[in-house]
Every structure is written in structure tokens, then in C-alpha cells.
Ligand binder design. Structure first.
Ligand code: RB5
Length: 143
């Protein structure tokens, strides 16, 4: 898959690690920044990633900030983005199975790299269940 990744300064170190992992898993990774620990505004990075997912240029996005909260709030402003803030295996799996999440958000200050590594692996592997869940996510467009 084509995957855009991005982080603010609060998620910079985890984003660097995730970029290597996603590349090693065989995906085409597009790193939209940030590229240092210099302070940046997370909505600007969310926009760079989500504009690509929203228009179908990228299949998925991964966004990281300090808590993951700001990134997930910003990401879900984009019409075709279904962003999920995941800090454990169960929510990572369910965000794919039931919600067909196309953007994964995490907080570098919340979880360690081991948990983040497993979340990303699960999230990239699990397929959407469809069925009754499809009708539910289609209702988002009516919100
Ligand atoms: C930056 O300090 C921090 O506010 C940001 O990374 C994120 O946690 C916001 O939700």
C-alpha cells in the first residue's frame, strides 16, 4: 500500500521508527514531516497526510503527536478520512474490522515503541469486515 506518515515534534521520534517498520513490511512510505524536533503545529501535518488519503492518492495514513488526540481530531475533519486513535492491540484491530479506519493515530508520549510496533503491524494486516459495518460507516457522510 501507499502510506503517508506524519508527526509533529511530540511524535517525531516514534514516526522515525514507524517509517522504518512500514518500509520493512513492504509498503511505499511517504514521509510528510516533521523532520526535526523543532516545534510545529499538528493540524498542518495532519493536513499534508489527510489531503492525500482524502483524495485517494494514498491508501492509508499514520499520524503521531504527543497524545494522538490532536492529530485524530484534525484528521477526522477530512470527508473521506476515518481516523482512529489506537493505543492497544484490540482497538487497532477493531478500528480496521468494524470501522475501516484509513488513518491510524498514536501518541508518542502515551505508548512505548514495542506496543506501537505491534499496533502498526496489526492495523496494516487486518481487513475490514464489511457487512453491517459498511452501512454504519456510510452514515458518516450524513453527519
Ligand atoms: C505538542 O506539545 C502536543 O500538544 C501535541 O503533540 C499533541 O499531543 C496534541 O494533541
Amino acid at each position: 500500500m501507499k502510506i503517508a506518515i506524519g508527526a509533529d515534534h511530540g511524535g517525531f521520534h516514534l514516526k522515525e521508527m514507524i517509517r522504518g517498520l512500514v518500509t520493512d513490511l513492504g509498503h511505499e512510505v511517504h514521509d510528510m514531516g516533521c523532520y526535526s524536533m523543532e516545534s510545529v503545529d499538528y493540524p498542518d501535518i495532519a493536513k499534508l497526510v489527510c489531503a492525500q488519503v482524502d483524495t485517494g492518492v494514498m491508501d492509508r495514513g499514520i499520524l503521531i503527536c504527543g497524545t494522538g488526540i490532536g492529530m485524530s481530531m484534525a484528521a477526522n475533519r477530512y470527508q473521506h478520512v476515518r481516523a482512529a486513535l489506537c493505543h492497544d492491540h484490540y482497538t487497532a484491530r477493531m478500528s480496521r474490522e468494524h470501522n475501516n479506519a484509513n488513518v491510524l493515530c498514536m501518541g508518542e508520549r502515551v505508548i512505548g515503541i514495542g506496543v506501537a510496533d505491534e499496533i502498526v503491524r496489526i492495523w496494516l494486516e487486518i481487513e475490514f469486515s464489511g457487512g453491517r459495518h459498511l452501512g454504519r460507516i456510510e452514515q458518516f457522510s450524513q453527519c
